[in-house]
Design a protein around this ligand. Sequence first.
Ligand code: PEP
Ligand code: MG
Length: 837
Amino acid sequence: MHNNNKELTLSAPLSGPVLTLGKVPDAVFASGAMGDGIAIDPLNDTLYSPCAGVIIHVARTAHAVTVRADNGAEILLHLGLDTVELNGAGFSMLVSENQRVSLGQPLLRYDQDQVGQRCKSLVSLLILTNSHDFQVRPITLKAVKVGEPLLHIVARNGSVASVEASAGPEVRGQVRVAHRGGLHARPAALVRQTAQGFNSQSRLHFADKSAPCNSLIGLMGLAIGEQDEVQVSCQGADAEAALQALLSALATTLPDDHHAKAPVSTAPLKHPAEAGVLHGVCAAPGLVAAPLFRLNAISLPADAGNHDPAQQQSMLDAALNAVRSDIAATLAQAKKHNNADEESIFAAHMALLEDPALLDAAQQLITQGRAATHAWSQSIDAQCDMLQGTGSALLAERANDLRDLKQRVLRALLGKAWHYDVPAGAIVAAHELTPSDLLQLSAQGVAGLCMAEGGATSHVAILARGKGLPCLVALGSALLDQAQDQPVVLDADGGRLELTPTAERLADVQQAQIERQQRREAQQARAHLPAETRNGVAIEVVANVASSSEAAEAFANGADGVGLLRTEFLFVDRQTAPDVEEQRRAYQAVLDAMGDKSVIIRTIDVGGDKQLDYLPLPAEANPVLGLRGIRLGQARPEILDQQLRALLQVRPLRRCRILLPMVTEVDELLQIRQQVDALCVELNITERPEIGVMIEVPAAALQAEQLAEHADFLSIGTNDLSQYTLAMDRDHAGLAARVDALHPALLRLIAMTCAGAAVHKRWVGVCGALASDPLATPVLIGLGVTELSVSPVQIGEIKDRVRQLHEAECQRLSHDLLKLGSAAAVRHACQQHWPLP
Ligand code: PEP
Ligand code: MG
């Protein structure tokens, strides 16, 4: 096999089945936070070198070893998970640091029985720890034997060793940056991610400066503003493709633009001095009165500067890993709850934690004998100073994201529990809060936030608006001199923090708070009543849930039923499939949580990008167009068979409706009907549950009439229907703003679905995210939808919206919307016809 500086083929260091990192039962490795790589579930007892090179690190506990290949790639070989805890028992290291090794040389041996019994898993990892310099391309995902080709690594742009990768002519292009507010963290992360998809070296040039596209901080440091013209240069074999991709990443706006457009003031207004009042900038609106609670940042003692670098580096690495795994967990939660803001913010934090500029600076300070705490702190401070020195207000605000990571890593290093004890209902005052602080404070039920510094377009501001927490920023350092527990009024809309409110003022604001609360309660009380339009058309407002606890929340909020139970929760993140009884209990728990209301349970919709450890499927070139939804049920019938058995055994069966995902043709439905019939006979069940079909691919919408002939109901999944109709990945960061289900093409498919269903007198629901958008409520009702499955917290709001509408007017106006040219035009028209409060 031919290896050179540019490409290197690594041979299997172990024999056994190969797993992608995503399937490794360890959050840090699985998230890729340690670097790209691959895993093997080993069947042999010796780990061999995957390439020729030098041993640069041997774990004290002999469970891991790092080899530097001759092209500079650093490959960590880690045997088993959590094996560090065995403290070397069962392992014997066969090599030592600085030793040269040849391809296939034995590196370490372990006792399979002893280690296997005592560790979490023997799954072993091959991780490219300098992934920012190299890219990994698996050769096989099947079982391998020691020495067989396992994966290619290719030098990326910017790599010291990528001599050949960067050979070839340089191409350059010019583009105007479309990102609102310029190239701040998230757009920079998009640029970095794009660049990493290519081998070429890419740089961004602006004014008289330039930065490699693989450094987030470098990119932000260029202080590129919205509409600034920049140059991109790429050099390498795929330079032309990299250039085009980067130009388009720079010219595409990110989905957070609507936040930037939020009606908040962005600069402190000049206020006449007013005794007892601090003036700031509104980052999230609201008016609350409560005691002030001050939060202080961590301060470090002086550092003698004579520490052992190896020890400090490993402490820093451990702390970084701990923070990465925390962020990975936050990301997983955000993804689960479809919270795009949270996801993009914390994805940028994850990218910042990998930033070479930051890690190299810290490492250098550690080499000079600094403590890990101080090295980390200083390297962050230096980058913050750099961002603040750019003169861009937006980039200066991004320094807050770096300070967030500073605090988090410091807490991990100092072993401080990352937890505040803030009384519920307090107004929190801090120098500056960070996104992760905000998530925690919001969960603790604080009433409002105020900061001495910060900006209205910061990530904290976006999150505060999302959580409905009034928030003032840029109040000045006087904020930090205020007494703990002092009663204050936070008038975020007015940009004022009233420090000495009169008893009367406090009472007025508290009264207003009570009234708001009462309005919410009144809405909540009405939430339990059926929702009818002004002319008496009943619309069922049901909930999308993913567990019995969410079902209980939906029931308490007034849901008329469950419109979509995503059953994937039972199948993912585990090593074996749930059996029939476990499934039956889980589905029964959801039915039990819903009183006498019906529950629509969707059969498993995995495959595509959602893989199950115990259901290995071949890697697919286009997973979303592959074996997913009902297609997986056909390919692996035992999974669907077990699920149907469990569903048929819930009681009362009439309250359980079965929904089939990703149906594209009538035969798929007929087949499942037959299978349900056969199972009912086998289980001695005389009743038959209703069976519905999800309309989430255009083929299903176009065939709605044919499907409705055999289905009991249709439920439109607007999330996938948008993706497949618009040919835009629903998770694509750069396209998210355009994946809008109010696109007229989608509305035509919805209209067609309703018309097809009406032929057979079937009802149509919507269970995609469009149902939770109050702007869309009149349109959906106008097109003939009679059930809206929304997020549990929005039941009351959507029911109220329904009650304001008249069906005939909705019908007349919504059919006109089909003729419009874009989703934006539809949104505009909806706002005109049916303004939101
Ligand atoms: C949809 O596609 O709209 C839908 C409701 O299903 P999911 O989001 O689970 O793919
Ligand atoms: Mg779907």
